[in-house]
Write a protein that binds this ligand. Structure first.
Ligand SMILES: [Zn+2]
Length: 306
């Protein structure tokens, strides 16, 4: 809670763009620009400097050399679109996708969190103890889709949830603060299937489309990966209606121009498509410290705290 009595959501992510794609509507919903009673903080672990550049004419060594800086500009523009005024970066190096040589760089988020989870977590705990969030939202254990930095972000957020309120844990990181709810953002199977059916009916390929010409082994691996990216509908506890923030979310997605293709699945669907599909961002409450057990389904991440 801040000094104005606003309840605070802290979203813990890996790279610039993840916050907008997975929970942009939620971030806008709770930003002080849209609510007198809540506020939103976005924390990103890395600057995403090993990301792909999806604009062919900008996919050059020079652009890659300054990609971290570019992406910090993109997230600033995205946050402006969503009305989010607080966002910070932990400053770890991007690890790259699974198998990328960046995975082995000792400066990367993956290596830091693997070799020294508490030392890595202290960076986030310092922010938690300063900002005093009531709710933390991050990824599931698979990091949404298996990217090493996403898995790192999820582990660091869970560890911070455990220790931030313990005054004996690294007291030099600030006075203890205990957040009350911890969420992971999820895609339920039914939503995945609906989005995929619509994309396929329009001939738009996505990461959920079955790869062509794959070997049987690769196809099986891909099927397992795709299954892990979504979850059974019945584990969803919380659905946030983002209908009124769809256009802001779209503008924020467009702000991440080097990462998100203008003719890719996220931007080829219209606002009306998203309304038809059900304009919700969905979560599972992983843990809480509420006096009274929550009742599900929830439509508000701050349910039980207001
Ligand atoms: Zn990412």
């Amino acid at each position: 809670m801040d000094s104005n009595g606003r309840l605070i959501l802290m979203a813990v992510h890996a790279h610039p763009d993840d916050e907008t794609i997975s929970m942009g509507g939620t971030l806008a919903t709770y930003a002080a620009a849209h609510s007198a009673t809540t506020d939103t903080y976005v924390i990103t672990g890395t600057r995403g400097e090993l990301g792909e550049i999806v604009i062919p004419e900008r996919d050059t060594p020079e652009e890659h050399a300054r990609l971290g800086e570019t992406r910090m500009g993109e997230i600033a523009a995205a946050m402006a679109a969503l009305g989010v005024t607080h966002f910070e970066n932990l400053g770890f190096r991007d690890s790259g996708m699974v198998g990328d040589p960046g995975n082995d760089d000792p400066r990367c988020y993956h290596q830091h969190s693997t070799n020294d989870l508490d030392g890595t977590t202290e960076h986030l705990v310092r922010i938690i103890r300063r900002v005093k969030p009531d709710v933390i939202a991050t990824y599931d254990d698979f990091g949404g889709y298996g990217h090493p930095d996403h898995i790192a972000a999820a582990r660091v957020a869970r560890r911070a949830w455990e220790v931030a309120g313990d005054p004996t844990w690294r007291p030099e990181a600030g006075p203890a603060w205990t957040p009350k709810k911890l969420y992971e953002v999820r895609t339920p199977d039914s939503q995945r299937d609906k989005v995929l059916a619509l994309l396929e009916s329009r001939g738009i390929e996505s990461w959920w489309s079955e790869p062509k010409d794959a070997t049987p082994e690769d196809l099986e691996k891909w099927r397992q990966w795709r299954a892990a990216m979504a979850c059974p509908d019945d584990i969803i506890t919380t659905r946030i209606d983002i209908a009124r923030h769809l256009s802001a979310k779209r503008r924020a997605i467009q702000a991440h121009a080097t990462q998100i293709k203008s003719d890719g699945p996220l931007l080829m669907l219209t606002e009306q498509d998203y309304l038809d599909l059900g304009a919700f961002e969905q979560y599972r409450l992983i843990d809480h410290r509420l006096a009274t057990a929550p009742t599900f389904p929830e439509s508000d991440l701050f349910a039980g705290l207001r």
